[in-house]
Write a protein that binds this ligand. Structure first.
Ligand SMILES: Nc1ncnc2c1ncn2[C@@H]1O[C@H](COP(=O)(O)OP(=O)(O)OP(=O)(O)O)[C@@H](O)[C@H]1O
Ligand SMILES: [Mg+2]
Length: 317
């Protein structure tokens, strides 16, 4: 198991009260697996991605029953061990490649901070991510590269030490639509070659569907549904997942109005003893505001809804 997480909670202390950004999140990632995290803005996806490498500000408190990466208990790691974990076991690709690169250094110098290699080897790495004129890119500064090229460079850099887990948080957000597929094909192909697992965070449901084997749907700091990709898209069990899939712009026919999920997500200051989605749920039942739902097993995964299996029952009726 590359990642083993059970009951992970993250709280940020703010000027007001503590904000519960993650609330008892549990999941595992097997070697080479491709897992997607989706959910609307503020649901906790980036907090989760950053928690894995302990990249949180000091205002954050992490609690977990189990929080292990590559067999190491992450909360207990010393700063030296943590540096090793970040250097060798995990790698990140962020939304904005320009912000990820150092603006004061040419690309060759930045790559050599990761591994001391000669120009020929570095060129080979850039060719491996589809860069046709590697020599020019090696001597360029980040501002001299296009966004697509810069993201290819960050992918090459992230994979240099053959991480066991690549965490990609909205890696296509700064790319134009025609480049998205090309860059993502490359990212997933290179990860498959070196056997790295991928944790892919994105708002782009078709992209996540295309590349991931499993998907976690997040809402208000919880994973409300975790399913095999095909099962989720065929028959989402949680009303929030149904609403999210229904709000996907590609789901609307030409000329139809786009569907939005009514209401807003809850403020995360108050611990809640009800289903966090209850105030917005079209299928809400009186018991939903009295019980905090735990995982129910559904085909290909689980969902945190008291009525997760209701759609199956409806289908059978
Ligand atoms: N450093 C911080 N201090 C206080 N609150 C924070 C901090 N970072 C994130 N949060 C809060 O935690 C919650 C989860 O935020 P997070 O960035 O993880 O969401 P997200 O799912 O990645 O959203 P998006 O899709 O917009 O990137 C939000 O309510 C956010 O305001
Ligand atoms: Mg985010």
């Amino acid at each position: 198991m590359i990642v083993e997480i059970k009951d992970l909670s993250v709280r940020f202390s703010t000027g007001r009260a503590a904000l519960q950004a993650l609330d008892c999140v549990s999941f595992t990632i097997e070697p080479g697996a491709r897992i997607g995290f989706v959910g609307e803005s503020g649901s906790g996806k980036s907090t989760l991605a950053n928690t894995l490498g302990r990249l949180l500000p000091t205002s954050a408190t992490i609690e977990a029953t189990t929080f292990a990466i590559d067999g190491q208990a992450v909360p207990q790691l010393s700063s030296r061990e943590l540096r090793h974990l970040r250097r060798d076991a995990i790698a990140y690709i962020f939304q904005d490649p320009m912000a990820a690169l150092d603006p004061t250094m040419a690309i060759a110098g930045q790559m050599r901070l990761i591994l001391k290699e000669d120009d020929a080897s570095l060129s080979g790495r850039l060719e491996g991510v589809g860069i046709r004129n590697p020599q020019r890119v090696l001597s360029s500064y980040p501002h001299q590269l296009s966004g697509g090229m810069a993201q290819r460079v960050t992918i090459a850099m992230a994979l240099m030490r053959r991480p066991r887990l690549l965490i990609a948080d909205e890696p296509t957000a700064a790319l134009d639509a025609s480049l998205k597929r090309e860059v993502m094909d490359l990212l997933f192909a290179r990860c498959a070659e070196i056997g790295a697992a991928v944790l892919f965070v994105s708002h782009d449901l078709p992209l996540v569907r295309h590349y991931c084997d499993r998907i976690c749907v997040m809402y208000a700091g919880r994973i409300v549904e975790e399913r095999e990709t095909a099962a989720l898209f065929a028959n989402p069990a949680h009303p929030y997942s149904r609403a999210l899939l229904g709000a996907e712009p590609g789901a609307a026919k030409f000329g139809e109005r786009l569907v939005a999920i009514p209401g807003v997500p809850p403020a995360l200051y108050e611990p809640t003893n009800q289903c966090a989605f209850a105030p917005r749920c079209p299928d809400v039942h009186v018991t939903c505001s009295r019980h905090r739902p735990e995982d129910l097993t559904v085909d290909g995964g689980c969902a945190k809804c008291l009525f997760a299996n209701a759609s199956e029952l409806r289908e059978q009726a």
